[in-house]
Design a protein around this ligand. Structure first.
Ligand code: SF4
Ligand code: SF4
Length: 269
């Protein structure tokens, strides 16, 4: 009797080629770039502060704070600047949602001799989720599930053709194929994006903030540049939306991927 051979899920193994960290400028999926171009320059509460060609990976505000410290330890100037902000007409403050490294070259300033000089740290989600751009849970309506999910990575060649089309099978496969936790990191980062969007909507609904929308972009930029600035998570504490402890616990939970683990556990049986 022939015994059917169970095909093993291939395992992703980063070859440490450094390619993803060497080209961080403008490296965003096409559909994201189109969305930013259409809406992020003044038509939504969150305003993009630099052209999409200039931007590099987005860092959440708490990640940017860590990078600002690590740059001294690594002896680099990461040139960290605000990337997206809400101009709040109620508090008259620019609330900074994300930052980016305005690197002098295409490469991440922390990349030295083709190695990440802060690899031993938690780094940022964008560092830890690659080769993913996003998880399958953040699917843009109308686009095929796999489209835009991965960035360019030579180590993906033997994985890509085997990614199942069926959503449930895909989640299980991705969890097994990425033992480096990049899949979990991608899921968690998407959960944080969702959390940030929902929180902003809730702040508007409860009239805690009044974002400037539909003003001329140049006017918004000037207003943001001359206003007092506050990081998003600091603002949530400042306006009593969350207590300091609640905010700290949330960031700790984000860091531990606990929400992502809960989200995918139903798919793993
Ligand atoms: S994730 Fe891919 S592109 Fe990045 S260093 Fe590893 S093999 Fe290279
Ligand atoms: S911090 Fe390290 S892992 Fe992240 S982009 Fe820079 S070099 Fe790559």
């Amino acid at each position: 009797m022939l015994i059917p051979i169970q095909s093993e899920t291939p395992k992703f193994k980063c070859s440490a080629c450094g390619s993803c960290c060497s080209h961080i400028r403008g490296m965003i999926p096409k559909e994201d770039r189109e969305f930013i171009k259409e809406f992020a320059f003044g038509k939504m509460p969150v305003v993009q502060l630099v052209p999409s060609e200039q931007m590099t990976f987005p860092l959440w505000d708490w990640e940017a704070k860590r990078f600002m410290e690590w740059q001294h330890e690594a002896k680099v100037d990461a040139n960290i600047k605000p990337l997206r902000a809400i101009m709040d007409l109620k508090s008259n403050k620019a609330i900074i949602l994300t930052y980016f490294m305005d690197s002098a070259t295409d490469a991440c300033p922390f990349l030295k001799n083709n190695k990440c000089s802060i690899y031993h740290t938690k780094r940022a989600y964008v560092c830890r989720l690659f080769p993913f751009n996003r998880s399958p849970f953040l699917n843009q309506e109308g686009t095929p599930l796999k489209h835009g999910m991965f960035g360019e990575c030579g180590a993906m060649e033997h994985i890509l053709p085997q990614v199942p089309e069926d959503f449930n099978k895909m989640v299980k496969f991705l969890n097994e194929a990425f033992p480096d936790s990049s899949f979990l990191n991608a899921v968690q980062n998407d959960i944080i994006i969702e959390w940030a969007n929902k929180t902003i909507i809730d702040l508007i609904r409860k009239k805690v903030i009044k974002p400037a929308i539909n003003y001329p972009y140049e006017f918004l930029l000037k207003r943001i540049s001359s206003s007092d600035k506050v990081d998003f998570t600091d603002f949530l504490v400042e306006c009593s939306y969350l207590t300091e402890n609640e905010m700290r616990d949330s960031i700790r939970n984000f860091d531990s991927n606990i929400d992502a683990e809960n989200k995918i556990k139903h798919f793993l049986n």
